[in-house]
Design a protein around this ligand. Structure first.
Ligand code: NDP
Length: 311
């Protein structure tokens, strides 16, 4: 164990974590950041980002994250591409373990994001960014005049399917049951859309293609009938999982497992611990909103350290 007590440790990279790092390093908090072994977050699996302000020609997700990272480095953020294994938030300074190695910090920012759930098919990985996406807002515009499928029956599936009708010729919603979990109003909106067709009681067995997705293989769960559907895009909308396992229940979460932040701040249920990005937001889930909340958490941490005489 090192006797060093950091002022601020940031856990997680992605737009929220890097923005928190930029702001807190400019505030001379010399943050130590654990980026995670797969640094950069969900944008690393996105191709073109066309809606991040400041990039009128668009930018790829990995490039955007590299810009964020460099900017944070420029002001002295120390970064380690490691996963935090566990934390102890019961006393200050907080304890953070990376494997067996213990770090201590006066304040913590949690920016570990959320991960889209996948069906678990090998073909999902094979066609990631080649027709398979978990974010219609990010990738929908690449499917102009094409046929696409959205998998899921919750609000996200309804929202994404409806959004995709702006671009796609036809949108199939593939749902494993005979009724939607989605709120009535969102389901009705989707069902009323002439471009949307629902395939009820249907599961995806495989995503097929050559270089890019060309279709899905389906099974009807009631009749057991197998079929092929030609689509160029497959959007997974079967939920997200906030990355909070390492916290082991030490911070308050909502019923979906997302960290609860207080009011308009990034304060969590433990004083001195702040949260930003998708780990505390399942509503907006955009790079720009995550970056904004990362800025908030850095300002909150800085002011909290200052007000408690630790700055
Ligand atoms: P949900 O968990 O609500 O829905 C997931 C859907 O995916 C369900 O229909 C589920 O089927 C299906 N599903 C899950 N696993 C599989 C699988 N392995 N194979 C096939 N289908 C599967 O997630 P959402 O992301 O839709 O929503 C999360 C939360 O965010 C909800 O509270 C939602 O209300 C909220 N939200 C609100 C929005 C809004 O108000 N604008 C927009 C988007 C989300 P089954 O029903 O059979 O379990």
């Amino acid at each position: 164990m090192s006797d060093t007590v950091e002022k601020l440790i940031i856990i997680g990279s992605g737009p929220a974590g890097y923005t928190a790092a930029i702001y807190s390093s400019r505030a001379l908090l010399q943050p130590l950041m654990f980026e995670g072994e797969e640094s950069g977050g969900q944008l690393m699996i996105t191709t073109e980002v066309e809606n991040y302000p400041g990039f009128p020609e668009g930018v790829t997700g990995p490039e955007l994250m590299e810009h964020f990272r460099k900017q944070a480095e420029r002001f002295g953020t120390r970064m380690q591409r490691q996963n935090v294994s566990r934390v102890d938030l019961s006393a200050r300074p907080f304890k953070v373990w990376v494997g067996d190695k213990l770090y201590q910090s006066k304040a913590l920012i949690i920016a570990t994001g959320a991960s889209a759930k996948y069906l678990g098919l090998p073909s999902e990985k094979q066609f990631a960014n080649k027709g398979v996406s978990a974010c219609a807002t990010c990738d929908g515009a690449f499917f102009r005049n094409m046929d696409v499928a959205v998998i899921g029956g919750g609000d996200t599936a309804m929202e994404e399917a409806t959004f995709l009708t702006r671009f796609a010729k036809k949108v199939y919603i593939i749902h494993r049951r005979d009724s939607f979990r989605a709120s009535k109003i969102m389901a009705e909106k989707a069902l009323k859309n002439p471009k949307i067709e629902v395939l009820w009681n249907t599961v995806v067995d495989e995503i097929v293609g050559d270089k890019f997705v060309t279709g899905v293989k389906l099974t009807n769960t009631t009749t057991k009938a197998k079929s092929d559907l030609a689509v160029q895009g497959v959007f997974l909308a079967i939920g997200h999982q906030p990355n909070t396992k390492f916290l082991n229940g030490q911070l308050e979460t909502d019923e979906l497992g997302y960290l609860v932040t207080k009011g308009k701040s990034s304060y969590t249920s433990v004083e001195g611990v702040f949260a930003c990005g998708d780990v505390q937001d399942h509503h907006y889930r955009q790079a720009i909103t995550a970056a904004g909340s990362g800025c908030m958490s850095a300002i909150d941490a800085e002011r909290w350290l200052e007000s408690t005489g630790q700055g």
